[in-house]
Structure formats: structure tokens, C-alpha cells
Design a protein. Structure first.
Length: 277
């Protein structure tokens, strides 16, 4: 694997970002925009991006909180499994999340998409966008903001997708051309509500979506034991959920990238080990 840190010019400043590519796949390759959760760009999300890239993709992970500092300066300090550490960090993180309004994010996302599609090693076609929790909402916003560029999105354990507000994120679906994959937890009121809306495709209609969203629920991903859902860990099950979008066959042709047999065997074997643990 090869990786690099790049700077992306946005209307509001310069965002740092992580880019990872496989060494053994001839380019150009499909591009994937990886949107982080509230904790931000950090070693674990880089590891997850590396795993997705190893299957034949150029993956770009922007620091969506660049207005507050560089990714290293915003990384958690201390063990987030400790309640006190987690409470302190998440208080600061949620302040950043609330400050990243849809208007700001929309401008940023377009800049991230252009940066990814403008690379020489990225195929000149649709890209995929994947996001976990907060990142799922931003993935949907990216698809609605740039239907010309986004061919598929994956949203995982999305928070705040369906609300009573007039600007609830689910109202963006009529603007989306991309295929949509949504994976939710099997429990929790907010996830049941979001799942129901997506499965029915109501009351907002499906607009130009190629087909109704594919909705899955249950054991959708694994986080570090005892760390809470925010401290996402790059276990095979969690990575497989994130990569479901890009690995599916019969989806957006521009996003199809062959999985090397060794990687596929590794994925299935490691997923079985995760199931048994």
C-alpha cells in the first residue's frame, strides 16, 4: 500500500487529507471518498481506508474538521474506553460536529470530490462515498450535492438521518442519482425510524435514484469492545460493512473493481473468525 497526506483547497481554507492506494493494481482505479465519524481522521480510520484501497480503489479521507485544526491536533488523547476521557473528548467533538453545518459541508464536499476525481490515478467516472454515523449523513449530502459525480453511497449506523426538521437529511433523497446502501443497528428508536423511511421510500419519493435504497439491519459492524460505538475499530466485520458499497456486483459499473482472490479469501476467513469471537 502507498499513502500520502495532501492539502485540499476549499472555499473556506485548506483541508488536510489522507490518500491511500494499492501498489499491485494497475491504474487508473475507481475513487472512494471516505467520510469519518465525529471522532475524526485518526489511525483507525486510516487503517480502514487502507483495507478498502487494497481491494482496488483510491481512497481519500478528508479531515472534515479542518476549520478547528489539523487531523493530528484533533486526535483523541488518552484511552476513550475510560469514561472520563471519553466524556471530555466527545464534548469537544460534538461541538465541532454542530459547527459543521450543511451549508459549510456542502462546499467542502464538492472540493473533496473534485480533488479525488482530479487525480491521475483515479478513473474519470463516478466515485463512491462511504460514511459511518455522522459521515453517513455527509455521504448522502455529497450524493445530493454532486449527482454528476457520485454513483453510489454507503451509510452505516447513521445518526440523525430522519428527524422532524424541515431540513432533515432524508429529504435529500430526491436529489440523489446514486445507488444507496444503508446499514442500521437492529435496535434503537432513531435507527428503526430511519430504516422504516428508507425501506418505504416515503414520504419523500425517490427522485432520480436508480433504485430504492438497499437497507440492512442487525449486526452491521463491530466497534472496539467496551469502547462505545464512536471508537470505531478496523475489524474485518466493520471494514466489510464499510466496503459493501464498493464490493457489490451489478451496481455502478464505474465503481466495480475486481477483488484479488487472496484478498477475498482473507476477507471471508477473517469475517468468520470475527463471527466466532
Amino acid at each position: 500500500m502507498s499513502d500520502e497526506l495532501i492539502a485540499i483547497n476549499t472555499p473556506d481554507g485548506v483541508a488536510d487529507a489522507y490518500v491511500t492506494t494499492p501498489d499491485d493494481v494497475p491504474g487508473p482505479m475507481p475513487g472512494v471518498l471516505f467520510i469519518v465519524d465525529a471522532i475524526g481522521l485518526r489511525p483507525q480510520t486510516k487503517t480502514m481506508a487502507d483495507r478498502i484501497a487494497s481491494w482496488g480503489y483510491v481512497v481519500l479521507v478528508p479531515n472534515v474538521f479542518y476549520r478547528d485544526g489539523t487531523a493530528p491536533s484533533l486526535e483523541p488523547i488518552g484511552d476513550l474506553t475510560e469514561p472520563e476521557n471519553r466524556a471530555t473528548f466527545m464534548s469537544e467533538a460534538m461541538s465541532r460536529v454542530k459547527a459543521l453545518t450543511a451549508d459549510l459541508a456542502e462546499r467542502d464536499l464538492s472540493a473533496y470530490i473534485d480533488a479525488l476525481r482530479g487525480r491521475d490515478d483515479v478513473r474519470h467516472s463516478d466515485i463512491g462515498v462511504t460514511g459511518y454515523c455522522m459521515g453517513g449523513r455527509l455521504a448522502l449530502l455529497a450524493a445530493a450535492t454532486r449527482p454528476d459525480a457520485v454513483g453510489a453511497i454507503g451509510m452505516f449506523h447513521i445518526g440523525g438521518l430522519v428527524t422532524d426538521d424541515p431540513d432533515s437529511p432524508h429529504h435529500l433523497l430526491p436529489k440523489v442519482r446514486a445507488d444507496v446502501l444503508a446499514i442500521h443497528a437492529a435496535d434503537g428508536r432513531r435507527h428503526v425510524r430511519a430504516r422504516t423511511h428508507l425501506e418505504r421510500g416515503e414520504p419523500f419519493g425517490m427522485g432520480s435514484c436508480r433504485r430504492p435504497p438497499r437497507v440492512h439491519h442487525g449486526r452491521h459492524g463491530r466497534v472496539s469492545p467496551g469502547s462505545g460505538r464512536g471508537a470505531l475499530r478496523a475489524t474485518p466485520r466493520a471494514v466489510h460493512s464499510h466496503a459493501s458499497l464498493t464490493c457489490r456486483r451489478g451496481r455502478s459499473p464505474a465503481l466495480q473493481a475486481p477483488l484479488p482472490p487472496t484478498n477475498r479469501a482473507e476477507l471471508h476467513a477473517s469475517s468468520r473468525r470475527a463471527d466466532d469471537s
